[in-house]
Design a protein around this ligand. Structure first.
Ligand SMILES: NC(=O)c1ccc[n+]([C@@H]2O[C@H](COP(=O)([O-])OP(=O)(O)OC[C@H]3O[C@@H](n4cnc5c(N)ncnc54)[C@H](O)[C@@H]3O)[C@@H](O)[C@H]2O)c1
Length: 249
């Protein structure tokens, strides 16, 4: 299936690698103008070069999704460059090394909650303020299969992703009558740099999924594009599982 986002302005946070990068490429290939952020200059620079090769218009910003000052600068930059924001994918995320709950340090917990939860909160506030001005928009939050399921030894991460699910659903209801649709995608595991840095044996991870393999970044990007498109026009506050049947087991 091909999507058409011709001339839509799409923001993807944390798009220097992994799922965010795949989303940026997918939207660019579907005709969108993309604004991408990352906290890694190196990752950001590589992504900008690759995206420009698709012929799309790209705005790349070194930007921390968990910092309100940065997020305000980001929205100002998008409006200055493109004049509007049609779609936002709040993807930036991080995790702690896997460890038992009683061993997790407070600073590690705070870091994961700051990026994965407060980052989505801050970005959604800034995005919705703009979407209200322009009369609508679409938001897709990067939740997780662990937004509804357990993952032992990943308590800060699971806590943050459960919270993103609740935040998505509550805020979606608040703006449902103002043409701002807000949904979340719940991927199973994909072998991104984040996952590879945490897990030694990806084949064991694959067995968590009913399909018995990991997902691909493109499979997740397809779900994100569905939620951002008019094909999902009756969906808001939904959590779309793209998890190879993990949550169905
Ligand atoms: N890979 C998976 O299996 C999987 C599954 C479910 C959900 N997710 C979620 O998908 C999202 C992307 O994860 P990924 O696997 O692609 O990881 P990744 O590490 O490959 O990519 C994440 C990117 O976000 C950037 N980033 C981190 N903190 C940031 C911040 N504060 N502001 C801006 N950018 C920041 C990183 O530098 C990195 O480039 C995360 O929210 C993650 O929780 C991933």
């Amino acid at each position: 299936m091909t999507f058409d986002f011709k001339d839509k302005v799409v923001l993807i946070t944390g798009a220097g690698s992994g799922l965010g990068y795949a989303c940026a490429v997918a939207f660019a290939n579907a005709g969108a103008k993309v604004a991408i952020t990352d906290i890694s200059q190196n990752a950001l620079d590589k992504a900008i070069v690759a995206l420009r090769d698709t012929g799309t218009e790209v705005l790349g910003l070194l930007n921390d999704a968990s910092d309100s000052g940065d997020v305000n600068i980001l929205l100002d930059a998008i409006i200055t460059r493109f004049g509007r924001l049609d779609i936002a994918v709040n993807n930036a995320g991080t995790a702690t090394p896997l460890q038992e709950f009683h061993e997790v340090g407070e600073a590690e917990f705070d870091r994961v909650i700051a990026v994965n939860l407060k980052g989505v909160w801050l970005c959604m506030q800034a995005e919705i303020r703009q979407m209200l001005k322009q009369g609508g928009g679409r938001i897709v939050n990067m939740a997780s299969a662990t937004s509804r399921n357990t993952y032992p030894n990943a308590s800060p991460y699971v806590t943050s992703k459960f919270a993103v699910a609740g935040l998505t659903r509550t805020v979606a209801v608040e703006y449902a009558e103002r043409d701002i649709r807000i949904n979340a995608i719940c991927p199973g595991n994909v072998a991104t740099p984040l996952v590879v840095s945490l897990v030694d044996d990806l084949s064991i991870l694959a067995t968590k999924h009913a399909i018995k393999r990991l997902g691909t970044p493109e499979e997740v990007a397809n779900g994100v594009m569905f939620l951002a498109s008019d094909l999902s026009s009756f969906s808001t506050g939904s959590l779309l599982e793209v998890d190879g049947g993990w949550n169905a087991i």
